[in-house]
Write a protein that binds this ligand. Structure first.
Ligand SMILES: *Cc1c(COP(=O)(O)O)cnc(C)c1O
Length: 394
């Protein structure tokens, strides 16, 4: 008999009832150090007092009105994002997938309005993840996501990761955009080297192609900059944000230059909940905190300390891990084929530490950006236990 909850997830037998900072508690008294943060969502940990304050203050005033009316919270948060980034304008969504949908629409409409309606092709890369809508799975093209769901939205060109010749060959008069994660998350914490991001920017400029960066997972302070592309010293035309931007409240955003957004006029896009007052209150508070230089300097300091300790962990367990990779607090531990990321994650549950598996046999560490030094040490001790345990025949 089918479960009452549609069984699309193979869920771990863990049932958390409370969270505090980087800790998750179960009803029966279990305590887990959370190095997954709900897959890079709980940027300020669980039950952050500042976010609770912002959400509850707004909850007492107004939850929802509709985008038929002015929403001052949108103007406030959009202004902060515009001030802090390359963007001139922002559309708020409830999720990363919705941000992907708008990014795709925006890129095609841009060329359409410029008199080039044939420019519809969007180039993406193997291992990418942009969400689970019909458009977003077509963008990815990965068999495990698309099989059985056709016909897929046409117009996506899937290229191997890091193959420059394939990229040059794929660009043609119908290319509308290149859509890429500066650091692949689901794909296994695979950073695009700064040089490659620069190369993509140049290629786009040369051919009048829009560069869409999917920073749903790697943005909002995760890498030690507010946006990951800042490390490469380039800017996109369109950027997708979500996950960390709401700190656990469902929130996403598309940031764009005035030029790239020029096709998106009245009536071309909409959302019932996107930009609702509750999300805006939380997002504004979160950006105030995460966007500050002091906060980001702390992320970088902690990332450096954690990275050093993880290099030690990998060196101490060469039979479990191959390498550690990533940027800032977006870290991947690549496991040996005999171990498997899934087994390590399970051993972590036994050791009271939460990590997240990804493709390419990688275990993801995506802790709260404000994780304490003490919790980093405790996390390492628990990862150490998991690494020891995963080798023992069960
Ligand atoms: C999670 C994710 C998405 C999809 O976001 P949802 O909020 O789950 O719709 C898109 N792109 C990337 C890079 C992601 O990590």
């Amino acid at each position: 008999m089918i479960p009452s909850v549609l069984p699309t997830y193979a869920r771990a037998k863990l049932n958390f009832s409370r969270g505090e900072g980087s800790w998750l508690m179960t009803e029966d008294g279990g305590r887990y150090l959370d190095l997954g943060a709900g897959i890079a969502v709980n940027a300020l940990g669980h039950a952050n007092p500042d976010l609770i304050g912002a959400l509850t203050a707004q909850a007492h005033k107004l939850w929802h009105v509709s985008n038929l009316y002015e929403i001052p919270g949108q103007e406030k948060l959009a202004a902060k994002l515009v001030d802090a980034s390359f963007a001139d304008t922002v559309f708020f969504t409830n999720s990363g997938t919705e941000a992907a949908e708008l990014a795709i629409k925006m890129a095609r409409k841009y060329h359409y309005d410029k008199g080039a309606p044939e420019r519809v092709e969007i180039i993406t890369f193997e291992g990418c993840f942009h969400g689970r809508s019909t458009g977003a799975i077509a963008a990815s093209g990965a068999e495990k996501m698309v099989k059985g769901f056709g016909p897929l939205m046409p117009g996506f060109v899937h290229l191997p990761f890091g193959d420059h010749d394939a990229l040059r060959a794929a660009v043609n008069a119908n290319t509308a955009a290149i859509m890429v994660e500066p650091i692949q998350g689901e794909g296994g914490i695979r950073p695009l080297p700064d040089q490659c991001l620069k190369g993509l920017r140049d290629l786009c400029d040369e051919h009048g192609i829009l560069l869409i960066l999917d920073e749903v997972q790697c943005g909002i302070g995760r890498t030690g900059k507010l946006f990951a592309h800042e490390w490469a010293g380039i800017t996109p035309d369109i950027l997708m944000s979500a996950k960390g931007i709401g700190g656990g409240f469902p929130l996403g955003a598309v940031l764009a230059t005035e030029e790239a957004a020029s096709g998106m006029t009245v009536g071309t896009h909409g959302s019932t909940y996107g930009g609702n007052p509750l999300g805006m209150a939380v997002g504004s508070k979160l950006i105030d905190i995460v966007g500050s230089d002091r906060f980001l300097a702390e992320v970088n300091r902690k990332a450096g300390a954690l990275r050093q300790k993880l290099e030690g962990l990998v060196a101490a367990h060469p039979d479990v891990f191959e390498t550690v990779r990533g940027v800032g607090l977006m870290i991947g531990l690549k496991c040996r084929p005999e171990v498997t990321a899934a087994n390590f994650v399970k051993a972590g549950y036994e050791a009271g530490v939460i990590t997240v598996p990804a493709a390419d046999n990688v275990v993801r560490l995506l802790p709260a950006l404000n994780i304490s030094d003490g919790d980093i040490d405790e996390g390492l001790a628990r990862l150490e236990m998991a690494a020891t345990a995963v080798k023992e025949p069960s």
